[in-house]
Design a protein around this ligand. Structure first.
Ligand code: SAH
Ligand code: SF4
Length: 443
């Protein structure tokens, strides 16, 4: 979502003459788009700001102005506090306010120039606006064969560990026609794969029903060959969405469905609104709807009250589900969330040990899955040149990077590839072409 938001900020700033640069030292404006989900992510902001302050001063000595902005969920959560700790920051704005960037830039410039009569001090915009930013953002443009499309934002679930409902605000779904319009523009610009985004994407509810209906409508758009959605919540996996996995070939057989823990006690304390068995049942329905479907997931270890037994149940579930990819985190108490003040906080050392053993297991499962890909034929969407000349890299349906000898014209296309090599984090294979009798042969 932050990648999507950053791209959209660049779109908003383009009419003001700003272009993206890879070179921070040469930038007139630097926006740090921040994440507040865990303490470590939030801490990064202040160390990065310290570095930028030195740069701003050096550029200033050369007579160059540098505008520094803090965007995203840390901005939303800390607001004015950021200006107190880092008074050289010019703009602080939240994830729902960046459509107002042109006004913010004008205000920040006025203040920096002292024109509105107050001492130079940054502008802050973190009020949740009554209007939706989507009504004010410029039209999207396609920049590669794969694109993100935000369809849902915010969350009303209030899991006891999570800051999202506070920083991203209440649940909001974009209108169906607005989403389809954006998807048509992307498809016409060469996009073949769309990943629908939302903090709780399958809570999506449009005029014509749930996310399953939206997926069907999107699959009908010419040029759209792959669809994905992230991140979904098990409690919102409704019949319409599960049946879309059966009926819509463009919907990739790979789903990120966070489970967090394999223990019912912990799930209940987390307020996840489902049990381990509920999760198993949903997974079985998905596997039955789409043969070959694989799951990826998120885990939190060391949530308050988590015992060795609870943690063992997590290991057992990971093995049972065979998650082909997983993100796992040590519980990070977030200020203002119920989990932060719960009794029986787990010591850091125990969290670290649990994380290490879970990650060992997850790695092993992932390697086994990659090895099982050898000899398989998979569709690969080529999206970048490889390191070796004559090579392209693309993504399998399961998001594995696949290196293939292929002509540059195939960039942005999907082709069948027979997997021949399995590396730790990627695969290698050979292009297949259709023979005259329709059989597929390796080139
Ligand atoms: N909406 C998604 C998750 C969004 S947050 C869902 O409900 O599953 C992304 C991931 O960050 C979560 O799945 C969780 O594993 C992790 N996370 C969120 N808050 C955390 C915290 N306080 N400590 C550690 N991990 C956390
Ligand atoms: Fe956070 Fe996801 Fe729970 Fe919402 S459903 S509170 S985003 S973890």
């Amino acid at each position: 979502m932050n990648v999507y938001d950053s791209e959209r900020m660049a779109d908003v700033l383009a009419p003001l003459g700003y272009v993206l640069t890879e070179d921070a030292d040469a930038s007139d404006m630097i926006i740090l788009n921040t994440c507040h989900i865990r303490e470590k992510a939030a801490e990064k902001l202040y160390s990065e700001l310290g570095r930028l302050r030195v740069m701003k001063e050096m550029r200033s000595a050369e007579g160059k102005a540098t505008m520094i902005a803090v965007a995203g969920c840390v901005a939303q959560a800390e607001g004015e506090e950021i200006l107190t700790r880092a008074p050289f920051v010019d703009m602080v704005f939240g994830p729902q306010n960046y459509h107002r960037l042109p006004e913010l830039v004008t205000k920040a410039n006025d203040r920096a120039g002292g024109r509105d009569g107050i001492a130079a001090k940054g502008v802050v915009d973190i009020e949740f606006p009554a209007e939706s930013k989507f009504d004010h953002l410029p039209e999207v443009t396609a920049s590669s064969s794969s694109a993100f499309l935000s369809v849902q934002e915010g969350c009303d679930k209030f899991c006891t560990f999570c800051v999202v409902p506070y920083t991203r605000g209440p649940e909001y779904s974009r209108a169906v026609e607005e989403v389809l319009g954006e998807a048509r523009i992307l498809a016409a610009g060469g996009v073949r794969e769309i990943t629908l985004l939302g903090q709780n994407v399958n809570a999506y509810h449009g005029e014509r029903g749930s996310l399953g209906g939206l997926v069907r409508d999107l699959a009908d758009i010419d040029g759209i060959e792959r669809l994905r959605y992230i991140t979904s919540h098990p409690a919102d996996m409704d019949d319409e969405l599960i049946s879309a996995h059966r009926d819509v070939p463009a919907l990739m057989p790979f789903l990120h469905l966070p489970v967090q823990s394999g223990s019912d006690e912990i799930l209940s304390k987390m307020n996840r609104k489902h049990t381990v068995d509920d999760y198993r049942r949903i997974a079985e329905r998905l596997f039955a709807a789409r043969p070959g479907l694989k799951l990826s997931t998120d885990f939190i270890v060391g949530f308050p009250g988590e015992t060795d037994r609870d943690f063992d149940a997590t290991l057992t579930l990971a093995r049972e589900m065979g998650f082909v990819q997983a993100y796992s985190f040590m519980y990070s108490p977030r200020p203002g969330t119920p989990g932060a003040t719960m009794a029986d906080q787990v010591p850091e050392k125990v969290k670290r040990e649990r994380l290490a053993s879970l990650q060992d297991l997850l790695k092993q499962i992932q390697i086994e899955f990659n090895q099982s890909s050898a000899g398989e034929i998979m569709g690969v969407l080529f999206d970048r040149p490889g390191r070796k000349p004559g090579q392209l890299v693309g993504r399998s349906p399961y998001m594995q990077p696949v290196h293939v000898d292929a002509p540059l014209e195939m960039m942005g296309e999907i082709a069948d590839v027979r997997i021949a090599e399995v590396h730790t984090n990627s695969l290698g294979g050979a292009l297949l072409r259709q023979s005259k009798d329709g059989a597929r042969i390796s080139t």
